[in-house]
Design a protein around this ligand. Structure first.
Ligand code: CAA
Length: 270
């Protein structure tokens, strides 16, 4: 999602520093941005000059130290608390004292992430939805220690990005994933009972409810690893069996079939 979020900020005229872990990831991110803005040009939604200007506002780097002068950092790394805590401790050391550190976490505790820094009042959730350039919502996640006024400031920024913000408390899954992943996990469980096929469940929810995508197509878009992690966190917090990740989800993640990003999940994506 990092590339999509970078695109959203650059579209709004803001300068962005895109940081990736290594050169391979950086080149994938750059390719993603070129592809996404290239499609907008092909569809007449953007001129080639606007695309060049947008891409020119993004600096690509593999060095976190380049974030020293940033006003805001939006973290979008995998949903593993250990990684997040390590990164935020680093960002706290690197970034200037006034910088706000935001996380795009889908489900992890923003409070626990904030606690690894010396500036917990300036740590906040800024949760985008996939694909970030298209989906209009941003969940602004405040914790008990978030500075007064910061949620409103981040909500204002989200509006400047063309998004609609909602402010939510720091509970697993926030609003959208709490409701959405219960449904998606239930769809997996239903598939396992043999009640209907993958394609028929997808078609049923798309055509019967008017959703843009059926549950398995959407799971592949979100990423099965992220979906699995969200279910795990919901299960750990609630201890309700219905939130336990469906076995098929675990099986696919273990096999490395993570959805669109790996070319195969519930569906194949060539
Ligand atoms: N990046 C940038 N733009 C994209 C894109 C991407 N990955 N995918 C599609 N688009 C753009 C297209 O360029 C097109 O733009 P224009 O209208 O300006 O031409 C527009 O989106 C529509 O795309 P398409 O016509 O190709 O396809 P579509 O009409 O089927 O829409 C979709 C695609 C927007 C993804 C739609 O199927 C959809 O809304 N699906 C549901 C997505 C959803 O629910 N996301 C939330 C997931 S939950 C989550 O992300 C939270 C979490 O933490 C897990």
């Amino acid at each position: 999602m990092g590339a999509g979020i970078a695109e959203v900020f650059a579209r709004a005229g803001l300068r962005v520093i895109g940081v990736e872990a290594d050169e391979a990831a950086l080149s994938r991110g750059r390719g993603h941005l070129e592809g996404s803005t290239g499609r907008a040009v092909a569809r007449g939604r953007m001129t080639a000059e606007e695309q060049a200007a947008l891409l020119g506002r993004i600096a690509f780097t593999t060095s976190r130290d380049d974030l020293a002068g940033a006003d805001l950092v939006v973290e979008a790394i995998p949903e593993v608390m250990e990684f997040k805590r390590g990164l935020f401790a680093d960002l706290d050391r690197i970034c200037k004292p006034s910088a706000v550190l935001a996380t795009n976490t889908s489900s992890l505790s923003v409070t626990a992430i904030a606690a690894t820094t010396s500036r917990p009042a300036q740590v906040i959730g800024m949760h985008f939805f996939n694909p970030a350039p298209v989906m209009r919502l941003v969940e602004v996640v405040r914790t008990v220690v978030t500075e007064d006024g910061l949620p409103d400031e981040i909500a204002g920024l989200a509006r400047r990005l063309g998004k609609t913000p909602v402010t939510v408390g720091d509970r697993a899954g926030f609003v959208v994933n709490r409701l959405l992943l219960s449904y998606l996990n239930h769809a997996c469980a239903l598939l396992e009972t043999g009640l209907a096929s993958r394609d028929d469940i997808d078609a049923a929810m798309r055509l019967g409810v008017g959703l843009p995508m059926g549950p398995f197509t959407l799971l592949d878009l979100i990423g099965l690893d992220t979906s699995y992690e969200v279910c795990e966190v919901l299960f750990r917090e609630s201890r309700e069996r219905r939130h336990a990740p469906a076995p098929i989800l675990r099986e696919l993640v273990t096999a490395g079939l993570l959805g669109r990003k790996t070319g195969r999940g519930f569906h194949s994506h060539d």
